[in-house]
Design a protein around this ligand. Structure first.
Ligand code: DGJ
Length: 796
């Protein structure tokens, strides 16, 4: 195999983009179009005759690009970019009203440039990479008749098997043009009986995995809410028919964008699959005057021959290294307590400090004061826009409050919803024009609020000053940036072309985030939009973590977090332990299961600690100790979805890069009677290395056994009675404990676990696995000396 560099090679008008394990090849045709040749497993740089689509027969009813060349029909070719109205009848990546008033465009190759490092910065967020990590190829195309030029920008990230793409249009003509659609990426691949996997969802049901076989015609994933939305995430993948979690060819796609997105996969009658992703053309129109430029957001693509799991890990590593802001790359995220589910809007300083004190005793590191701390924000009908602390709730103001927290050993974090305004607010009373609305039309409310017009510079300045002043007024280490409604009534008085509204809103948001957080890089930003309504790579460029969902039920979270893990790393997912029964599902789950799901992410607690028993608090203390020990692994380790829900069980694993440590979790969603033998399936361990695998201690609450306690109790106890409830506060039974020492190869062959409870009684040798139960197992590399110690039961 050749050396790693260069990553981009041009030979005989053929471009080879080489990553560690993949090759992406295209060439310039005799008519100046870019023909896609190959994307897949890494190949040496050599002539591509055997790879390319043949053009040896003439197709009936096709429109020829040139009469002299009867086989050259754009409709039957795999292209890197296609114009419109020139014989390619698949969807075009561009819809541009050209200087001549038509929508016909035809871009031909002019020249190329290769540069070290990533593309230059623009007003949109882009992945970041330095010269020894990536290389950029810029291909210049031009429609010579219209004098519109197009740059296709490719950046090759060697180590992650990732290529990014975006498109930059320049109007060199003497007339203004209108862009109605300009995709970031267009790619044609011959079909490999692809299955598309994507994420659909809703509020409290984000990240739901869905799989679709590609039909002839077009499949679209999109958002029209003004944000990337929880309905259809911009990320998706195409997997070959035989691909599994661990094997087969998979192509992954995502977009560094937080607004209305659009991804289309179109299968033609010739079995060619066209993939496009970019800004949603629905309602979009952008005026590009003479000499002006319009840039699309950056698309991200990856290829893996190691199945869907391989694709996920490519994306995870890429996001951790190249999307997340440099200060937070690989940096531990604090364990937090959030005030929302405990207090909502109803609190005072005493209550907050009481919660904080208990949190600090448990080992929590950051106290997040959620909604309700400012203006007249005693409910969700007032106050948004007025970020003046409410002195009734926090009499001394934020600084002394934060200092009190700091004295308890806690950092201080604060909630804002800066893009929104309540009509009942001082800001609205002074600046009603700041809100998005159409003259003569009653604006629609969402959660009783209007949207601020971020397309306006004065509004952006106001937000930057307001939020910035608060951040500088107290020691604030964390910000939760919320956004709780979809956008409607899109209009801004300052825009000549209202079709620009949505995109200008997002550009405005990015500008605000840059101005507030670039000068304050140490502040940890967690973005949120009623949970995961804006979970995308654009936001991740600013906020290293995102509040995954308002749904904290651990069983629901298994699906939500597992779905998102297809495309996003664990370090990006805020995951909290909340109260049981759960407030949205009424499901009762153990503290252990709530922690076991939440620890695969950025751990937090969001419940009233006053209402916990001593037992619960001891358990939480142990959970946090364990999390801190394994934190780097749980936030930044390589993630494996070992088993998915089909059998009622889910298994997840994280493993360190050096393969010395791993954590495996087994979740039972629904118990079955007469359960079969359970096995753990760790992966990616060093085959010849010796490891100890041991279960993390679990306590069994006696109340959950109900009337069964009478089998072991000397006195009769009522299962719903006060005695059992009281006893439950103080006593618990030890859960089953398991330890095995074996080589990686043996563990990977499957670890047979002790029997699960089947109704024949309790013992410490039986794993209590009812509905929603779970266990986690720690795997640690050991040397011979450690193994001997282990025999004395001392290994740790
Ligand atoms: C929606 C968020 O998702 C919640 O976590 C909380 O911050 C509320 N907004 C506060 O209004």
């Amino acid at each position: 195999m050749e050396g790693d560099r260069p990553l981009i090679i041009c030979k005989d008008k053929t471009f080879y983009l080489q990553t560690k394990n993949s090759s992406y090849i295209f060439r310039v045709t005799e008519h100046g179009h870019l023909e896609h040749i190959f994307y897949g497993t890494r190949l040496p740089v050599q002539p591509v005759d055997s790879l390319c689509l043949k053009r040896t027969a003439v197709y009936g009813s096709s429109v020829l690009y040139s009469q002299e060349d009867p086989t050259y029909c754009l409709d039957n070719m795999t292209l890197e970019w296609s114009g419109s109205g020139r014989g390619d009848y698949r969807h075009s990546p561009a819809e541009i009203r050209m200087p001549d008033g038509t929508f016909v465009s035809d871009f031909a190759y002019k020249h190329y440039v290769i540069k070290d490092g990533c593309p230059e910065n623009c007003e949109l967020p882009l992945a970041r990479g330095v010269a020894d990590e990536c290389q950029t190829l810029i291909i210049d195309l031009e429609d010579p008749i219209a004098r519109i030029s197009l740059q296709l920008v490719y950046c090759v990230y060697m180590a992650n098997d990732v290529i990014t793409r975006r498109t930059i249009l320049t109007n060199k003509s003497h007339k203004e043009i209108e862009v109605r659609k300009l995709m970031s990426l267009m790619l044609d691949l011959p079909d490999q009986r692809f299955r598309m996997t994507s994420l659909h969802g809703a509020w409290i049901r984000e990240g739901q995995r869905q799989e679709t076989r590609l039909p002839y015609g077009i499949l679209v994933l999109e958002s029209t809410t003004g944000a990337s939305s929880n309905r259809q995430n911009p990320a998706f993948c195409l997997a070959t028919e035989d691909a599994t979690e661990d094997s087969g060819h998979v192509y992954g796609f995502n977009l560094v964008y937080s607004g209305n997105h659009y991804s289309a996969v179109q299968k033609s009658e010739q079995n060619l699959v066209r993939i496009m992703t970019g800004i949603n053309p629905s309602g979009f129109s952008w005026t590009v005057k003479m000499g002006e430029v319009f840039s699309s957001p950056e698309a991200v693509l990856t290829f893996s021959s190691c199945g869907i799991g391989g694709m996920s890990r490519n994306f995870h590593d890429f996001i951790n290294r190249h999307i997340v802001a440099p200060y937070w790359q690989g940096r531990n995220r604090p364990v937090l307590i959030n005030s929302w589910e405990t207090f909502m809007f109803d609190y005072n300083q005493r209550g907050l400090l009481n919660l904080a004190r208990q949190a600090s005793d448990l080992g929590i590191e950051l106290f997040v004061l959620d909604d309700g701390w400012f203006g007249q924000r005693d409910h969700d009908k007032a106050g948004l826009g007025d970020y003046e602390v409410n002195r009734k709730k926090i009499p001394g103001g934020l600084k002394p409050f934060a200092e009190k927290l700091n004295n308890m050993g806690l950092q201080f974090g604060l909630w804002f919803e800066p893009e929104m305004i309540n009509q009942d607010s001082d800001l609205y009373r002074t600046h009603p024009d700041f809100a998005v609305k159409i003259p003569g039309r009653k604006p629609l409310l969402g959660r009783n609020q209007l949207v601020l017009d971020l397309t306006r510079e004065d509004v952006r300045d106001y937000i930057v000053t307001q939020v910035g002043d608060v951040l500088d007024s107290a020691p604030i280490s964390y910000v939760k940036w919320d956004m709780n409604r979809h956008i409607s009534d899109m209009y801004s008085p300052l825009l000549e072309n209202q079709g620009e509204f949505f995109h200008r809103y997002i550009l405005g948001l990015y500008e605000i985030l840059k101005r507030i957080f670039l000068p304050r890089p140490e502040i940890l930003l967690e973005s949120c939009s009623s949970g995961g309504n804006r979970f995308d790579l654009g936001m991740l460029c600013f906020s290293p973590q995102i509040w995954t969902s308002d749904n904290t039920d651990p069983i629901e979270r298994l699906r939500i977090q597992e779905g998102l893990s297809l495309f996003y790393p664990l370090s990006t997912m805020g995951a909290h332990v909340s109260a049981s029964p759960h407030q949205q599902t009424l499901r009762t789950t153990s503290l252990a299961t709530r922690f076991n799901a939440a620890c695969f992410g950025c751990l937090g607690y969001e419940l009233n600690l006053d209402q916990l028993s001593k037992q619960d608090k001891q358990e939480i203390k142990k959970q946090i100790e364990c999390y801190k020990e394994q934190r780097a692994l749980l936030q930044f380790g390589s993630f494996y979805r070992l088993r998915s829900d089909r059998t009622g069980q889910i298994q997840w694993q994280v493993i360190s890069a050096d393969k010395k440590n791993a954590v495996v979790a087994l979740f039972q969603t629904v118990a079955s009677s007469a359960p079969a033998f359970d096995r753990l399936y760790p992966q990616s361990l060093e085959p010849d290395q010796t490891y100890v695998l041991k279960s993390f201690e679990r306590k069994l609450r006696i109340r959950r056994f109900g009337g069964l306690v009478n089998h072991i109790s000397p006195v009769k106890i009522h299962p719903e009675g006060v005695v059992l409830r009281l006893a439950d506060q103080f006593y618990s039974l030890p859960g089953c404990h398991e330890t095995y020492t074996a080589t990686g190869s043996q563990l990977m062959a499957g670890v047979m676990l002790k029997n699960a409870f089947n109704g024949t009684g309790y013992s410490e040798q039986i794993r209590m696995m009812g509905d929603f139960d779970s266990d986690i197992y720690l795997i640690k590399e050991v040397n011979e000396h450690d193994t001997k110690e282990k025999d004395d039961g001392k290994i740790d």
